[in-house]
Write a protein that binds this ligand. Structure first.
Ligand SMILES: C[S@@+](CC[C@H](N)C(=O)[O-])C[C@H]1O[C@@H](n2cnc3c(N)ncnc32)[C@H](O)[C@@H]1O
Length: 274
């Protein structure tokens, strides 16, 4: 099991469902679609979702593109029901050999996984290799850094994040991969275009830009639910229930004007002849 991602023994529970759905519909609401602005091929070859979770993205894509085969990989088989064009494959991204041949997928999607994986560069390299020439690679993640408009972040919100990031680093996980995604993809030299959207997701609907409200609510729900489900190991690192609940109160107070950046990246792989 990955040390920085807590999944109940029984699989994905109601709390995780709520968190994953809120995050998914927040991002979908921002773009209006599931592609983060990427122009998808009309008739794609197989699609890969790395870290498919409860399958909220994959299920919708299966419905949207019924002729496409969608493959989801994860350490947990989290889909309660599977569409006919969806295949789940158990894969531990940290321990198992990468099972896919180069260029097998026209679309590769990976959301909120790099922040839980030691050596997320290896994961990115595998995803890049699996993307077909001319295909689309999509990576989405956060930088787990709270910010506040025009002032310092309130205490203990900043404390909870500092302890959690310290814990992640002790496990060899970079807890702030968001800003690295586009640069790593560009540095591979294998893409003809790379697009990065950085969304300052507000904790609560305090900003005047209404377009940010749903994505902000998704991220706030994600942070609160994940923090309330921290594993006992995070507590050994100095976290307490009172720090978690203190952070929740700060995130729920619109006067704090807290936000966190969401990094949404897509890139098109060069065709074979380039
Ligand atoms: C925050 S969830 C995101 C789920 C999904 N991508 C989404 O956005 O709704 C992170 C996912 O990464 C998976 N994960 C964590 N560590 C993993 C590992 N070592 N190998 C495979 N999957 C892993 C978890 O099981 C979980 O489903």
């Amino acid at each position: 099991m990955n040390p920085t991602y807590s999944v109940p023994q029984t699989g994905i529970d109601e709390r995780s469902e709520r968190r994953l759905n809120a995050q998914h519909y927040g991002i979908k609401d921002f773009f209006g679609v599931n592609n983060c602005g990427a122009p998808w091929p009309t008739h794609p070859k197989p699609i890969l979702e790395i870290g498919s979770g409860n399958g909220v993205w994959a299920r919708e894509v299966c419905e949207q593109l019924p002729e496409a085969e969608v493959v989801g990989v994860d350490i947990v088989d989290g889909l309660r029901s599977k569409p006919p064009n969806f295949t789940f494959r158990l894969l531990n991204l940290v321990k198992d050999p990468w099972p896919f041949s180069p260029g097998s997928f026209d679309i590769v999607h990976c959301r909120y996984v790099t922040m839980h994986i030691p050596n997320c560069k290896q994961l990115l390299d595998n995803a890049i290799e699996a993307t077909a020439p001319g295909g689309i690679l999509m990576f989405e993640d956060q930088d787990q850094q709270l910010r506040a408009e025009g002032k310092p972040v309130s205490y203990p919100a900043v404390l909870a994040f500092t302890i959690f990031r310290g814990y992640c680093e002790s496990c060899g996980v970079n807890p702030r991969p968001g800003a690295l995604l586009a640069p790593m993809i560009i540095a591979s030299g294998q893409f003809s275009e790379t697009h990065e959207t950085i969304v300052p997701a507000p904790m609560g609907p305090w900003t005047e830009d209404k377009k940010l409200h749903v994505i902000g609510e998704g991220m706030r729900t994600g942070i609160i639910e994940a923090a309330r489900a921290f594993s006992p190991k995070v507590y050994e690192f100095g976290m307490t229930k009172s720090i978690v609940e203190g952070m929740v109160r700060e995130l729920e107070n619109p006067e704090n004007k807290i936000y966190a950046n969401e990094y949404l990246v897509w890139a098109r792989k060069k065709p074979d002849h380039l």
